[in-house]
Design a protein around this ligand. Structure first.
Ligand SMILES: Nc1ncnc2c1ncn2[C@@H]1O[C@H](COP(=O)(O)OP(=O)(O)OP(=O)(O)O)[C@@H](O)[C@H]1O
Length: 314
């Protein structure tokens, strides 16, 4: 991946910490996120993990303004994001790529990525029909930047191709390009390796590291592939049933008894999973199972097994 990048840094904004402080999100009587606090440090790769229904997506939605927090505070630097609409949050420097690609399949890659740019431009210069010379110059600058971002993501050759005909892995890259088009200081990735094979996952890992190292952008990602998480994250926050159960470096998190128990549903009290009760389950470092919690059943809120339909992803 590194060979495909331009190495150009945006240098447009200071990268600031994202602080999630005592955040609670309720849906009626259900507490989906329960007084959760963590900080994404500037220039870090930070993973948010947890079994199905743990509250990861809700937490992501709260940070990107898609759902309202019931209490607590979310700040980027000293800017309060907690009650800010999504388009403003994007303009403030938070770019988000989605698990289910948020691309228009019939629009070109260029147009899809330019759409991401509209958080910066307000869509204004296009709406004026490019009559004034300064509007044409602005449009050219934005077009050049879109091309640069696509080059960085390794999808520049598809610039004028409808996004929908690209291979899945390349569509993922275009979606990340769209998120980077807002010139974010924080990039949020929702299950970036979902549906990818081992070599595509390795390329995605390299890409995420390039975003951090070459663009200086912090990355917060939700992921079920524990190999990817433990391989690239500087810090890992673990949720279970809406509560934070661990927040530390990967080597500590993967040995935390609460984390092992959350993924396997059982703990023998010594921090060791009772794997015999969870066929195929396991968490890296525990010696239990295939190392991919996404393939493991886990107890539901009512204590019954809650099978996960996800495919094993490495
Ligand atoms: N819009 C909503 N209305 C009601 N309940 C919701 C809503 N969104 C999520 N929930 C519930 O909140 C809890 C947390 O869900 P969330 O999707 O955040 O978990 P998750 O960790 O992202 O799970 P997964 O890994 O399966 O995507 C679940 O019990 C879910 O059913």
């Amino acid at each position: 991946m590194s060979g495909q990048t331009t190495g150009r840094t945006p240098g447009r904004r200071d990268v600031r910490p994202l602080r999630v402080s005592e955040v609670t999100v309720r849906f009626g009587g259900l507490v989906a996120v329960n007084r959760v606090s963590f900080t994404v440090e500037p220039g870090s790769i930070h993973a948010l993990i947890g079994p199905n229904g743990a509250g990861k997506s809700t937490c992501f939605n709260a940070i990107s303004g898609v759902c309202r927090i019931s209490s607590g505070r979310i700040t980027l630097g000293d800017v309060d994001l907690g009650r800010t609409p999504p388009h403003r949050i994007a303009a403030l420097g938070v770019g988000r790529a989605f698990q289910n690609l948020a691309l228009s399949p019939t629009s070109t890659v260029f147009d899809n990525v330019m759409l991401g740019r509209h958080a910066l431009t307000g869509g204004g210069f296009l709406g004026h029909g490019l009559r004034a010379p300064w509007l044409r110059r602005a449009a050219r600058r934005h077009a050049d930047r879109v091309a640069e971002i696509c080059d960085f993501l390794g999808v520049a050759r598809y610039l004028h191709t409808p996004a929908g005909v690209l291979p899945y892995g390349d569509q993922k890259r275009v979606d990340i390009a769209r998120a980077l088009a807002v010139e974010p200081t924080l990039l949020m990735l929702d299950e970036p390796a979902a549906g990818m094979n081992a070599s595509e996952t390795a390329e995605m890992a390299a890409l995420i590291q390039d975003v951090r190292d070459e663009l200086g952008v912090s990355v917060l990602f939700v992921e079920h592939d524990m190999g990817l998480v433990m391989g690239i994250a500087d810090r890992v926050t673990v949720l279970d049933f809406g509560r934070l159960i661990a927040d530390d470096v990967p080597s500590v998190v993967q040995r935390a008894p609460e984390v092992i128990a959350a993924y396997l549903g059982v703990d023998d009290g010594q921090g060791q999973p009772a794997v015999k009760t969870r066929a195929g389950g396991g968490f890296p470092g525990t010696g239990g199972g295939n190392g991919d919690p996404a393939t493991s059943p886990r107890p539901g809120r009512d204590g019954r097994a809650e099978p996960d339909s996800r495919e094993a992803m490495g």
